[in-house]
Design a protein around this ligand. Structure first.
Ligand SMILES: [Zn+2]
Length: 311
């Protein structure tokens, strides 16, 4: 299995030390410490030698950068002894955010994926998700009081009712279903209103009170009328756009019959490896930039590679 996109974070999250505000302040003051500014979920980017590079600023400039703005600063982790922080400049107008960060433009981390080292994509996606959580959870859900960040930005606490809140993830399952036979085939679906060649594996959010395997079986039954005889965990992927965690599975269908739920899907059918390769080639021609950063590319790539190994 290939490495999951947005996995491979190289920072030490220091989860056992970041609860101490004195320690976080000490890390912020270290000479090599730096911060990544983001603006409304986008990276602030400077282009050098035709390559877009997300801006990194020395942590020492934080007081000037924050100035009068009610910005959030969160601790992401340690890179050796230096701290890596993320700063949300979302309350500024875009031009002002660009000026303060000395950046040319703003670009979403997903659009930078193929241009960046894997570890940098992981750090920026993590920063995007954590800052988004702060921006959308400023008030206590129980009593409505404005709450305050704690633990270097990994929690918020309400001064009114003392309720603690931690970043919430939204788990979703994604599954590559195969049908035994010669040749072996896999199930792909096209969503209502999607592009003619936009076939994809099935995925869906895990519901309250449900196991991951239960969610896989329910999604396949509801959307494609397919029952499964085996469900196997493959791997997971951070997907903080804004709060996802993708959990990838392989499954084997009990029969070839497909009954599409037309409210969700335009179509669903079985593809051989050859058909899937043709589809990928057409997709690559139309949208060369898209699809490289998803767990689906790993699930599908793994199945295609097994076919090559069998020949
Ligand atoms: Zn409260």
């Amino acid at each position: 299995m290939g490495e999951m996109p947005y996995a491979g974070l190289r920072l030490d999250r220091a989860g056992n030390r970041r609860h101490d505000p004195g320690w976080v302040a000490d890390v912020l003051a270290r000479p090599g410490s730096r911060l990544l500014p983001l603006w409304q979920d986008q990276c602030l980017v400077r282009t050098t030698a035709d390559r877009p590079r997300p801006v990194t600023l020395p942590a020492g400039c934080w007081p000037d950068l924050s100035d009068d703005l009610a910005a959030d600063l969160v601790f992401l982790g340690l890179d050796a002894d230096a701290g890596v922080f993320a700063a949300d400049l979302s309350t500024l107008a875009r031009d002002e955010a660009l000026r303060r960060a000395a950046a040319d433009t703003t670009i979403d981390v997903r659009r930078l994926f193929t241009a960046l080292p894997r570890a940098d994509s992981a750090t920026l996606a993590y920063a995007r998700g954590l800052l988004h959580w702060h921006r959308t959870h400023r008030f206590c859900g129980t009593c409505g009081t404005r709450n305050q960040p704690r633990h270097g930005g990994h929690a918020r606490v309400c001064p009114g009712c003392e309720r603690w809140q931690f970043p919430r993830l939204e788990p979703a399952v994604i599954v590559l279903v195969t049908l035994p036979g010669t040749p072996e085939r896999c199930l792909l679906a096209r969503h209502a209103g999607a592009d003619e060649i936009a076939w994809s594996t099935l995925a869906g959010f895990v519901e309250v009170g449900e196991t991951l395997e239960g969610a896989v079986r329910r999604e396949l039954a509801e959307e494609a009328g397919v029952s499964l005889q085996g469900v196997r965990y493959v791997g997971s992927q951070p997907w903080p756009f804004p709060a996802g965690l993708m959990i990838g599975f392989r499954a084997v269908a009990a029969s070839a019959e497909v009954t599409v739920d037309e409210r969700e899907l335009a179509d669903a059918r079985w593809f051989t490896r050859d058909e899937l390769r043709e589809l990928q080639a057409a997709w690559q021609q139309q949208r060369p930039e898209s699809g490289h950063d998803s767990i689906e590319s790993v699930l599908v790539g793994g199945w295609l590679a097994e076919g090559t190994a069998q020949q």
